[in-house]
Design a protein around this ligand. Structure first.
Ligand code: GLY
Length: 422
């Protein structure tokens, strides 16, 4: 098969690596790819959201399957255009990607489908949002979310009424996240461990990947600003088979059925962000793609053939397919640029990569790198994902950090507590 992978981060490097292992992968293109993806795919000078150019390339080059990594192209309708041209696409139509593209839509669909989730209200007027907060959250914590796509920067977990009013002011009045914050969702705050529950779906069947957990804060001990993810572990042992069965039956399948009853058959990756509150899984959010950095930990654990699975989702033929449980554990440590998630420098030489790659049980997926004169330089906030694999989280963690110690670039920072105590 000739496959076009859309995206250029660490998640896409892990997907490219796994697609390449399939006997069915004859040709792999990546748009735009990155420094690391170049070693397994032909990288194209086409951005991930240049839908017309992506589809034109796919048609010209007789691409058999498009696999989309990030959410933005899907929210913007990549799968719809693929459908018009008869190109199978791993990734939902825009009407399905709306689960991630509009928090208000996702919450109302959850309410309709009876999915356990935090109580919520939707606002388009900042004064009404302020009144509601003063009435309901004067002495209680809440979460304020931008409705639209805000690249992980639209969620405010508020400790006080002042925090919540500031979030409303930032999103709705100052329009700090542009259009995304014109409408907001205010939610009760639930408490409990979070689990990333992802899998493959053809709209009817769902094949789950092992449960994973990401580390969103920049600094150790879950301090500092939110990031795109500083690390990840999989599988997580507190997500028991019983809990995952409940998550499937109460959170994941009902939302697929609710979409189907609206005329949208969802094909692709579905990520249910779970929070276990009072021992019951609740949906925090849905994402219309795999998680980053969860994918970097999960692809090396996955026993199946990624080409077969993604093609089966795209063509609604998952029936009869299954995924074996993982035989190992994985710990992924993200190496970030100095200053990330704020401003950071690019173009800094990366040293020690080859040495690190030789460590046993280690894989390195590039997120923000570029090849320059035969060497790698930094080209993003999150630069590298160092994945350790082992018979336990402890062993995987030891391997990951041994490799991390070999790598250096100016300003590099990472969390030293990924997988600690598990
Ligand atoms: N790791 C969280 C996400 O991908 O949204």
């Amino acid at each position: 098969m000739r496959i076009l992978l859309v995206g250029g981060g660490g998640r896409e490097h892990a997907l490219a690596w796994k697609l390449r292992q399939s006997a069915q992968c004859d040709e792999l293109f990546a748009a735009p790819g990155n420094g690391g993806i170049e070693s397994v795919a032909e990288c194209l000078p086409i951005g991930a959201t240049e839908i017309a150019a992506l589809v034109q390339f796919a048609r010209q080059e007789a691409v058999d399957l498009i696999v989309c990594g990030p959410e933005s192209p899907l929210i913007a309708g990549l799968a719809n255009v693929c459908q018009e041209w008869g190109i199978p696409c791993f990734g939902p139509l825009a009407s399905g990607a709306r689960l991630e593209g509009s928090k208000a839509f996702a919450k109302s669909l959850m309410a309709e489908a009876g999915v356990p989730t935090a109580a919520f209200a939707v606002f388009e007027d900042p004064a009404a949002a302020g009144d509601y907060l003063r009435q309901h959250f004067a002495s209680q914590r809440c979460v304020v979310k931008a409705d639209g796509e805000a690249m992980g920067k639209g969620v405010f977990v508020c400790e006080t009424l002042t925090d919540a009013l500031d979030a409303v002011e930032f999103l709705m009045v100052q329009q700090g996240q542009g259009e995304a914050g014109k409408r907001i969702v205010i939610e009760d705050r639930l408490h409990g461990p979070e689990v990333s529950f992802m899998g493959f779906t053809d709209g009817e069947r769902f094949l789950p990947l092992p449960p994973s957990r990401d580390y969103k804060r920049a600094f150790e001990g879950d301090r500092g600003p939110n990031t795109g993810g500083m690390g990840c572990v999989a599988p997580v042992s507190d997500a028991t088979p019983e809990l995952l069965e409940q998550a499937l039956e109460r959170c994941t399948l009902p939302i697929l059925r609710a979409l189907d009853s609206q005329g949208t058959r969802y094909r692709g990756a579905l990520y249910t962000g779970l929070l276990v509150h009072d021992s019951l899984p609740h949906t925090l959010e849905y994402n219309c793609r795999f998680g980053d950095p969860e994918t970097q930990a999960l692809m090396p654990l996955m026993q199946g053939d990624l080409v077969e699975l993604t093609a089966a989702c795209a063509t609604e033929s998952l029936e009869g397919m299954s995924l074996e449980p993982p035989r190992q554990s994985a710990v992924c440590v993200v190496l970030a640029s100095g200053g990330y998630p704020g401003d950071y420098r690019r173009g800094l030489p990366i040293e020690g990569l080859e040495r690190a790659q030789q460590e046993p049980g280690v894989l390195i997926f590039h997120a923000g790198t570029k090849r320059m004169n035969g060497s790698f330089v930094t080209a993003g906030g999150r630069v590298l994902n160092v994945v350790g694999l082992g018979s336990s989280i402890a062993e995987a963690r030891e391997r990951a950090y041994r490799a991390v110690e070999q790598i250096h670039f100016e300003g590099m920072h990472y969390r030293a507590d990924i997988g600690a105590g598990l």
